[in-house]
Design a protein around this ligand. Sequence first.
Ligand code: VGL
Ligand code: ZN
Length: 194
Amino acid sequence: MTYDSQTALVVVDVQNDFADPDGNLYVSGGDEAIEAINREIDAATQAGALVVYTQDWHPPSTPHFEKDGGTWPTHCVRDTWGAQLHPALRVVDGPVVRKGTGGEDGYSGFSVRDPESGAEARTELEGILHARQVNQVVVVGLAQDVCVKETVLDAQRLGFASTVIADATRPVDLQPGDGERALSQMTTAGAVVR
Ligand code: VGL
Ligand code: ZN
């Protein structure tokens, strides 16, 4: 991608639990995507573009987790190894947006949703982008069919022209084909899949 000052790179959830084979919710090939992710971080940094990192950041107990009635194995519990950014990820100066901190499902970098009440709330991401006059986002990271997808769909809804770099993402593929379906959903929403 070519970056400029009105474009931000959003690096979604490149955390040990998703990107390390020993992680609790390892996304197959997540570690292999880091090289392509770092390439985008370098390109963005060289162009002076903003790089934002998101982190899934859950309390130890939340209806987001299987053990508490939810969908997912326990992952990205705040202040644990699993929640840390993967050591191979290039970390440059830029905001870090944490989501799911109050026990919500935090799929999108822009918004969270209480799985029980359905109540939605915004993270600080939209404000960060607007403050920098950003009107375009490039999204990379994990997982293609969960948090990357929801981040891109929200970005499109909020008026940011969005591009997802497919080889800088990997899908969970809970159901076979989820990754491919996510890419076409993002395309249908007006995002560019590269
Ligand atoms: C994610 C499942 C649960 C993700 C987060 O980052 O894609 N997936 N929480
Ligand atoms: Zn999560």
